[in-house]
Design a protein around this ligand. Structure first.
Ligand SMILES: [Zn+2]
Length: 316
């Protein structure tokens, strides 16, 4: 029997719209994904509304809807100011109101790194007794979020915790954000592969790219160098974030981090060298994998806002 109150979390990505339908106690009822349309913001919004309608038909109407987006929100959280990897003219488009109108549900928008953090803090990562936590995801780019006093923090500009765009190399590599020397410009998945190819490393196209780079690094100095620079940029940026936040734990997630354990290893080394200032900082692997964004969005819908994370046990 479907529980009385349920929450639908949507993780809007450049390639997939992932969803997870969650009961009030955190139990997952169902999950799935559909391809993200490429025809603009109206088409994308319709695709999300269609997921809601399908869930309502199959399992009963959700109580609320949360949508995690790979971009920044307006201060009122009713629209999106920056959404580089999804087609459409999002700036000025009242995404939350349109979705609420199309679905008949109360809708909550949040940044996807914040959603990841809400999910991993709320039930997955065993961050026992640690209230200040740095969350970082390594995918195509680098997402970041911070929890302070046990709550994931968001800001009016919605850029709080954006550690991928902190500079770690003076006048370094150009970054997609317009800056130079950002962590993401060395350690993001796209940058990592582009830098390897630019140095003549034969990186396979598609899904095997990271594996082929890791293999090449065993014998080719150029490949090893690119990986070392990625790991170092990551370790410096994240340990700086730990210093800034006084964090006692880092949760590392994302597909690139799963494929290349060197990121976490180098971070542990660097943190231990800075122990005198930072104290012991645990480096934890994210526990929810690619589900974290949609789960975090569902939890945010349940809480009605993004400052959540307490008292809920997520069950796989
Ligand atoms: Zn940047």
């Amino acid at each position: 029997m479907t529980p009385r109150r349920t929450w639908l979390g949507i993780d809007l990505g450049g390639t997939w719209i992932k969803w997870e339908h969650v009961a009030d106690d955190g139990r997952s009822l169902a999950a799935g994904r559909v391809a993200t349309p490429t025809g603009g913001h109206v088409e994308v919004t319709e695709a999300i509304a269609a997921v809601c309608a399908a869930r309502a038909g199959e399992a009963g109407r959700p109580t609320g809807l949360g949508i995690a987006v790979p971009g920044h929100l307006t201060p009122e959280r009713d629209g999106i100011t920056l959404l580089p990897n999804v087609s459409g003219q999002w700036r000025g488009y009242p995404a939350r109101a349109v979705l609420a109108e199309r679905t008949g549900l109360e809708a909550v928008l949040l940044n996807d790194a914040r959603a990841f953090a809400v999910a991993e803090l709320g039930g997955a990562a065993p961050v026992h007794g640690v209230e200040e936590v740095v969350f970082v995801t390594i995918g195509t780019g680098i997402g970041g979020a911070l929890a302070v006093r046990g709550e994931v923090v968001s800001s009016r500009r919605d850029s709080f915790g954006e550690l991928g765009h902190t500079s770690v190399v003076v006048d370094g590599e150009e970054c997609g954000c317009g800056g130079r020397g950002c962590v993401e410009a060395y350690a993001g998945g796209a940058a990592l592969l582009a830098r390897a190819r630019a140095r003549g490393v034969a990186v396979e196209p598609g899904a095997g790219a990271l594996t082929s780079l890791a293999l090449a690094a065993r014998s080719e100095p150029a490949a090893a160098q690119v990986l070392t620079e990625a790991y170092d940029a990551f370790a410096v940026g994240v340990s700086n974030a730990c210093a800034l936040a006084g964090a006692g734990a880092v949760v590392v997630g994302g597909a690139v981090a799963e494929e290349l354990p060197g990121y976490a290893t180098r971070l542990r080394q660097r943190l231990s060298r800075r122990r005198r200032l930072l104290g012991d900082v645990e480096v934890l692997s994210a526990a929810l994998g690619p589900r974290a964004g949609a789960l975090g969005a569902a939890l945010a819908a349940r809480a009605g806002h993004v400052r959540t994370g307490e008292g809920l046990v997520l069950q796989p």
